[in-house]
Every structure is written in structure tokens, then in C-alpha cells.
Design a protein around this ligand. Structure first.
Ligand SMILES: N[C@@H](CCSC[C@H]1O[C@@H](n2cnc3c(=O)[nH]cnc32)[C@H](O)[C@@H]1O)C(=O)O
Ligand SMILES: [Zn+2]
Length: 432
């Protein structure tokens, strides 16, 4: 099988117009070969896009995919208490096998809701990489270093591991996996460690990804201690020197928005997590107006509680309007771009647009549904009305990951069962 034809549907083009067209993709190169009028192209195999809309596969710009294991375990708390009292004690009990099971579960959930690429922060990254390889998806992975509560040796080992993993796994899964150097956040990694290891990561040419300005409690201590805003501090220690994107960026002032724009530092906006943990409202329209590249992420399943990027687009649009006090802010087309082209840009993949030469990362939405009728504006539907369960097929790198809602790359029932069993045992261990 070398060429696959998505036929009979409508196609979302990079300028956000929709036209009736067929899409031909190469399974050898993993790229889109051509987009042409219905019937003009031939393939060796076909995917039926009749009464469907072909869109770029969605890009989840910030998640902790294995945290599906903690879904619904601890809700209704603010970030700091949630991490320290609930999440970290349970995460301390996670085995590599648990992380593999949680990652597979999360990837199946993503495939079923049209996501083809993710940016992940976690540990036991080899397990996550193997799951991504099997899933046939694209990912930016990394080992997240935390130094609070660790002695000097443990702290240094964490940062060294983050460097080593980023070097080791870059280019894995035939280039579908890239990596980032990942200090967890500006308050959970000590200054001395940042000053030592960040330049090393920069010299090694690594991209960087970290949590920043997520809650007010992360801003105040830095301001009090150093007299500068967190992102000014991040710049001082070299975190904005190279190719970097931060998760959240909720509590950023004008000077920090300018700094992000000047240093070409992107933001992975996580609206559901920000609402659920009551972290605050990111000034997304201001960031976009300043020229900052903003993608959308679900964050982990324990603070969302699902990995459905359609939900996330809707949340981003709604919260962006509230934050700007302006119903025209963060409009439908903008969130669709954030979840596709912008996300791909942050992750460094040539995906997120349906055009010859781009990566063949696609999803087909079934439009035959009451909640998608009538079809005045399909971009509006993508932002406000489509659900993950409306995805009929998912394709990444030219390969079919889900056909007619059957996941082809995993035994879905086995993945669910294994994750449920391991999650139950995990909680029992954590309670002992
Ligand atoms: N827990 C490990 C390494 C951290 S992995 C990345 C961490 O980010 C945590 N995390 C998940 N969501 C958020 C968030 O919104 N903000 C900050 N951290 C988060 C997640 O639970 C996980 O512990 C250690 O202490 O050595
Ligand atoms: Zn996070």
C-alpha cells in the first residue's frame, strides 16, 4: 500500500475556507501528495470521507499523557494543594508499566478524538516513547526535572536526566518523536540548577518547555524575592534564549507579553485546566495581538478531565472572550488555527495544514449529526459544536490510526482494561 485517497468529503484549507475535494497521501513519505477536485485523483486504498470534513490532525500542545491513570482521583482543589497532597504522592508509586498503560490509554483517547500530535512532560519517558511509536502519532517528549524536596545529588540527577533523555530520544520513531529539555517550573527548580543546566541545554541545541505563570502563587514569590516578573527571571537564566514554549502563561503582564513576542517564545494555553484549578484566565487575545504563537493543550487528564481537543477549542474560545471582556476575541477561526497550525509550529512539525508537501496528519469529522445541522459555517462547528466522538477516521504520517471509529494501532479494549486494573492497584498502594 503506497497511496491513500480520502474521498467524497469537504476539506478545510489552510486559509480556513472549505471546499469539496479529495486528498491523496503517500504512506511512503508520510506527506500529502495532492488536494484536488472530487474524482481527479486515484489511490491504492481509500478512506470514505462522504458527508465528512477533512481537517488537519489536532495538536495537543501541552499534556501529561500518562496522567490518565489519575483521572477523577482528586478534583476540586487549587494547583499547589492538588499537586502536593494528591498528585505527587500517587505519582511516587507509579511503575514504568503503569506509565506505559496510562500513556496507551491517553493515546487511544486522543486518536479517537482526532489528535495526531502531542507535547508531553513526564518521567519514564522511554515507555511513553514506545507507546507513541506504536500509536503511529507524533510527539515532543521529555523528562521533567523537579528539584524542590530533593537533595543536591537527586536534584542534579533530575536535570542531567532531562538533558540525557532529550538527546537520546530526539528523532526516535522514524523522526515522529522530538524532545525538549524540561525544568518543571520556575518555582519547583532551584535557581542554581537553572543557571548551570539551561546553558548546557542551549549549547546542545535543545528546545525547552516548562510551566510558567500558571497561578498567582507562582508569580508572587519570584516578584518578592527577586523584584522581577517570572518571565524576566526566566530570560535571565537563559530559558528564553533558544527555541522555547511555556505551558499556561496565565498571569503574564504587558512586559512579559512583549518579552514572549521579542524572544519568539510560544505559549501552550490550557483553558480547561486553568478553569478547573481556578488558576485564572490567560490573556490569549493580547498574546495573539502581540504576535506570540499560542497553541492549545489539555494538560493532564487529572486536571481536565479528558483529552478531547474539540472541548479544548471551545473552552479556549469561551475563556478568551471572558478574559478580554469581548465576545469577538479568540474567534472560531483563531481557535482552529491554534489547535492545528500554531500547535504544529510550537512542536516543530510540518503538520497542521492540508496542502501538498505537508505531513499527512488528518482527521475526518462525520457531519451527519443533529448537533452539526445545519451547516452554515463549518469552522464555527469545529470550534463550538463538534465533539471528539464525531471523528470517523484518524490518519498520521499517512497511516490509518482509526478507521470508521475502530482504532487500528492498539487493541482498545485491552488497553482500557489494563489501565483500569493498574490504576486501581496504584491507588491501593498509595493508600497503604
Ligand atoms: N513528579 C516527578 C517529575 C514531574 S513530571 C511532571 C509533573 O507535572 C505535574 N503537573 C500536571 N499538571 C500540572 C500543572 O498544571 N502545573 C504544574 N504541574 C503539573 C504532574 O503531575 C507531574 O508531577 C518528580 O517530582 O520528580
Ligand atoms: Zn502541565
Amino acid at each position: 500500500m503506497t497511496e491513500l485517497l480520502l474521498t467524497g468529503g469537504r476539506v478545510l484549507r489552510p486559509d480556513l475556507t472549505v471546499e469539496r475535494a479529495d486528498v491523496l497521501v503517500s504512506q511512503d513519505s508520510g506527506e500529502i501528495v495532492a488536494v484536488d477536485e472530487p474524482g481527479a485523483l486515484d489511490g491504492d486504498d481509500e478512506l470514505d470521507a462522504e458527508s465528512g470534513l477533512v481537517i488537519p490532525g489536532l495538536v495537543n500542545a501541552h499534556t501529561h499523557v500518562a496522567m490518565t491513570m489519575l483521572r477523577g482521583l482528586a478534583d476540586d482543589k487549587p494547583l499547589d494543594a492538588w499537586l502536593r497532597e494528591d498528585v505527587w504522592p500517587v505519582e511516587a508509586e507509579l511503575t514504568p508499566e503503569d506509565i506505559r498503560a496510562g500513556a496507551e490509554l491517553g493515546l487511544v483517547e486522543m486518536i479517537r478524538s482526532g489528535t495526531t500530535a502531542l507535547s508531553d512532560m513526564y518521567f519514564e519517558v522511554e515507555e511513553i516513547a514506545e507507546a507513541v511509536d506504536q500509536a503511529g502519532m507524533r510527539a515532543v517528549l521529555g523528562f521533567t526535572a523537579v528539584t524542590v524536596g530533593k537533595d543536591e545529588e537527586g536534584a542534579r540527577a533530575d536535570l542531567q536526566e532531562s538533558l540525557d533523555v532529550a538527546k537520546r530520544l530526539d528523532g526516535a520513531a522514524d523522526g515522529r518523536i522530538k524532545t525538549t529539555f524540561q525544568p518543571h517550573s520556575l518555582t519547583t527548580v532551584g535557581e542554581g540548577y537553572l543557571r548551570e543546566f539551561v546553558p548546557e541545554a542551549f549549547d546542545a541545541g535543545l528546545s525547552m518547555h516548562f510551566h510558567a505563570n500558571e497561578t498567582r502563587d507562582e508569580v508572587t514569590p519570584i516578584l518578592d524575592e527577586r523584584g522581577v516578573r517570572p518571565l524576566a527571571y526566566a530570560e535571565e537564566v537563559g530559558l528564553l534564549d533558544g527555541d522555547a514554549y511555556v505551558a499556561h502563561g496565565v498571569h503574564v503582564d504587558e512586559s512579559e507579553i512583549d518579552l514572549l513576542a521579542e524572544t519568539d517564545t510560544g505559549v501552550a494555553h490550557c483553558p480547561a485546566s486553568n478553569m478547573k484549578l481556578a488558576s485564572g484566565m490567560a490573556p490569549v487575545q493580547d498574546l495573539l495581538d502581540a504576535g506570540v504563537t499560542v497553541g492549545i493543550g489539555t494538560d493532564g487528564a487529572a486536571s481536565n478531565n479528558d483529552l478531547d481537543m474539540f472541548d479544548e477549542m471551545r473552552d479556549a474560545a469561551m475563556l478568551g472572550k471572558l478574559a478580554a471582556d469581548d465576545a469577538s476575541a479568540v474567534d472560531a477561526g483563531t481557535v482552529v488555527e491554534m489547535a492545528t497550525a500554531n500547535g504544529a509550529d510550537l512542536l516543530g512539525f510540518d503538520s497542521g495544514r492540508i496542502e501538498a508537501g505537508a505531513n499527512a496528519d488528518l482527521a475526518v469529522i462525520d457531519l451527519d449529526a443533529p448537533h452539526l445541522t445545519p451547516a452554515h459555517d463549518l469552522v464555527s462547528h469545529l470550534a463550538y459544536a463538534v465533539r471528539g466522538s464525531d471523528v470517523r477516521h484518524t490518519v498520521c504520517d499517512g497511516e490509518v490510526l482509526m478507521r470508521d471509529r475502530t482504532v487500528e494501532v492498539f487493541d482498545e479494549a485491552a488497553v482500557r482494561e489494563r489501565a483500569a486494573e493498574r490504576a486501581a492497584a496504584l491507588v491501593e498502594r498509595a493508600e497503604d
